[in-house]
Design a protein around this ligand. Structure first.
Ligand SMILES: Nc1ncnc2c1ncn2[C@@H]1O[C@H](COP(=O)(O)OP(=O)(O)OP(=O)(O)O)[C@@H](O)[C@H]1O
Ligand SMILES: [Mg+2]
Length: 170
């Protein structure tokens, strides 16, 4: 099973072109490692994809989300043999904030509790007290859960204006 899942991660088509560029190759490698670990049942961790606009962060986060749906969202309960499903997927930060501003707080439960979440573009919303406090709540809740975050701020900007746990590891 572990071998099959490792192969699934290696062979999965993330649709991500590297053009032979070191940085893009590195991005694809860390995404594949993350996907493989998720599928083989390793200890959950985070992957923060930071960098300039247009470098493929969202594209790769969507790819990891597709991998999750295809290879990690269903598992077999070792005791009963039943096929059980895990919740998770891709969501944009702007959408979360819009939902919350409209009073739809139930979105927080999915974002905080789902087994896997790809949280896209956390810099998209001006860092208001409201959005920073919600991000803090989400970061707290997602410690120890499979999480991908994309952001086009620098590490220092994120640490200064958002949350030091995102760029520097948790
Ligand atoms: N390495 C890549 N392989 C294939 N398509 C790519 C790649 N990088 C970017 N793209 C495509 O280019 C466009 C911009 O990429 P994307 O939205 O992922 O960038 P981003 O890093 O998330 O930018 P931003 O910081 O502005 O959100 C998308 O249409 C995406 O599908
Ligand atoms: Mg993006």
């Amino acid at each position: 099973m572990i071998l099959a899942n490792t192969r699934a991660a290696i062979e999965f088509d993330f649709g991500f072109e590297t053009f032979g560029e070191n940085k893009l190759c590195e991005m694809l490698t860390v995404a594949k490692d993350f996907a493989r670990d998720m599928a083989i049942g390793a200890t959950p961790r985070w992957l923060s994809l930071l960098g300039w606009s247009g470098t493929g962060k969202t594209h790769l986060a969507r790819g990891i989300s597709r991998f999750f749906k295809a290879n990690a969202s269903v598992y077999i309960d070792p005791e009963t043999g039943a096929h059980l499903s895990r919740r998770g997927g891709f969501i944009g930060w702007r959408k979360i904030i819009d939902h919350l501003r409209d009073g739809h707080y139930e979105i927080m439960r999915a974002v905080c509790d789902d087994w896997f979440v790809a949280l896209d573009d956390i810099g998209a919303e001006r860092a208001s007290d409201f959005s920073v406090s919600k991000l803090d709540q989400i970061v707290d809740a997602r410690l120890g859960k499979w999480t991908v975050i994309t952001c086009n701020f620098t590490r220092q900007q994120i640490a200064d204006h958002m949350d030091v746990r995102i760029p520097f590891g948790i």
